[in-house]
Design a protein around this ligand. Structure first.
Ligand SMILES: C[S@@+](CC[C@H](N)C(=O)[O-])C[C@H]1O[C@@H](n2cnc3c(N)ncnc32)[C@H](O)[C@@H]1O
Length: 448
């Protein structure tokens, strides 16, 4: 079925029928391989394994995927010697870091100043002298009474997520590393500080924001807040130092804090042998809300304008920004002509979801178009995506992205399904056989 078979005057129900017929037509010649459809949190595209691996375990970025998943992708059927391994949505840097561990050149882009900092810090290498400096500061920190405190974050909501004495202790630790004039050591302290924020907060990350913890207690046994925060940070830094010592031959990747979207990619993005990435899912999550405490306490945001600029630059996967028209020529017709009108007829919690979906695929189409001339012939791309569910219909991002890839001149190798997803909406039950579209998977493309 092609779009020209769809009657422009169709009502919403028949548009939905057209949509599922469209999915089935795509499935005729796209291989969908089910590795697993279980709805489990333990899957290769989940960050849990990262928390056991040197360097990867330094910051719990729940949106990340596992290092062994990247290793497997980079070890099969690729010719990337001397070529670049790239991740346009690099988050905590898993793809580029694993590329570095395997001896490849890794490059990651991310719009978030927080994840850019996390990834760059995870890539730090130190010689014996630098390690001695780090350990010296660690000892000084342990023995310091931490009398001076950094100023409060310029966001009153963030202040409310902490007990007063805990916020005070955190800001005292912050003042200590703000004064360290050795950039690598200071960054490692700052990363340890960032990892302390959620465990010491009265709130935790939940869905698209934060929620008050039901059983709040400090993560360390100390009874005064300064000692508790100090103990936490010292333990983290001990782990960082041990991991740095354990991974001496690591090839440090490069990370750029910028959007991967636009008119073109930077000139040095060339000869790309492999891309492995996971764009934000089209599920309305706003990273600037979920990571609000880290962004403000880490001084990545100093004003509302910083938050606004971050939202504007991000891929259109949420509804917390109003975007000027961009890249509409790169989108997917069935999204613009069937999914969007259907969704705009429903009374959803935000009227912007339809345009978000159109924009999401237009943004990804823009990236795929800009990437193609920078890829080696035969270069492989893996996009880990989660499908979504709005207004009673499944938005099969994986199939639609495969279709988009094909329209941008790539071959579609397969869709590998890693797990099922159950949306909270009651309407999900009505999906019947189409429930299978609620899944997390990887779309594998190849540049011919
Ligand atoms: C699902 S996370 C990636 C996680 C990563 N695979 C890891 O292992 O940590 C998606 C990332 O895309 C970033 N992002 C959103 N819009 C972007 C854009 N236009 N350019 C680059 N990165 C972007 C977000 O800040 C987020 O960190």
């Amino acid at each position: 079925m092609t779009l020209s078979d769809i009657n422009p005057g169709s009502d919403s129900a028949s548009l939905v029928g057209d949509l599922y017929r469209h999915y089935r037509a795509l499935e005729q010649d796209i291989q969908v391989n089910e590795k697993s459809t279980r709805t489990t949190y333990r899957s290769p595209v989940n960050f849990i394994e990262s928390m056991q691996k040197p360097r990867h375990r330094w910051f719990p970025y729940k949106e990340g995927f596992s290092p062994s998943f990247v290793e497997e992708f980079l070890s099969t059927g690729l010719h990337i010697e001397n070529g670049l391994v790239m991740d346009p949505f690099s988050g905590s840097g898993t793809t580029a870091l694993v590329a570095g561990e395997l001896g490849f050149r890794g490059l990651g882009f991310d719009v978030s100043p927080l994840t850019d900092f996390v990834a760059k810090t995870k890539a730090i290498s130190m010689n014996a002298n630098e390690l001695r400096t780090l350990k010296g500061y660690l000892l000084e920190f342990e023995n310091s009474s931490l009398d001076i405190r950094a100023s409060n974050p310029k966001n009153a909501t963030v202040e409310r997520y902490f007990e007063t004495e805990v916020l005070d202790a955190l800001l005292k630790a912050k003042e200590f590393f703000n004064e360290i004039d050795c950039p690598k050591t200071s960054s490692l302290f700052k990363l340890a500080f960032l990892t302390a924020i959620e465990p010491f907060s009265t709130h935790r990350k939940a869905g698209n924001g934060v929620k008050r913890k039901t059983n709040y207690s400090w993560p360390t046994p100390e009874t005064d807040s300064v000692s508790a925060v100090k103990r936490f940070i010292v333990e983290k830094l001990g782990m960082f130092a041990a991991d740095i010592e354990q991974t001496p031959n690591f090839h440090p990747p490069e990370f750029l804090q910028k959007s991967c979207l636009g008119d073109k990619l930077p000139d040095d993005v060339e000869d790309v042998g492999a891309v492995l990435t996971s764009p934000p899912y089209a599920n309305c999550f706003d990273y600037s809300k979920i990571y609000m405490s880290e962004l403000w306490l880490g001084d990545f945001f100093a004003s509302k304008e910083d938050q606004r600029a971050f939202r504007q630059a991000s891929v259109r996967s949420h509804v917390h920004a109003t975007w000027a028209e961009r890249y509409s020529e790169f989108g997917v017709p069935i999204v613009d002509e069937v999914i969007r009108p259907h969704i705009e007829e429903q009374d959803l919690w935000s009227p912007r979801i339809g345009s978000m979906l159109s924009g999401y695929f237009a943004d990804l189409g823009n990236l795929l178009t800009n990437l193609k001339p920078r890829m080696r012939n035969g270069g492989k791309l893996g996009f880990v995506v989660g499908n979504s569910f709005y207004g009673g219909v499944a938005v099969a991002t994986d199939l639609l992205l495969a279709e988009l890839g094909r329209s941008r001149g790539y071959e579609v190798e397969e869709i590998r399904v890693y797990r099922g997803i159950i949306p909270s909406s009651q309407q999900f039950r009505k999906l019947g056989n189409n429930r299978k579209y609620m899944r997390e998977s990887m779309v594998v493309l190849r540049r011919p």
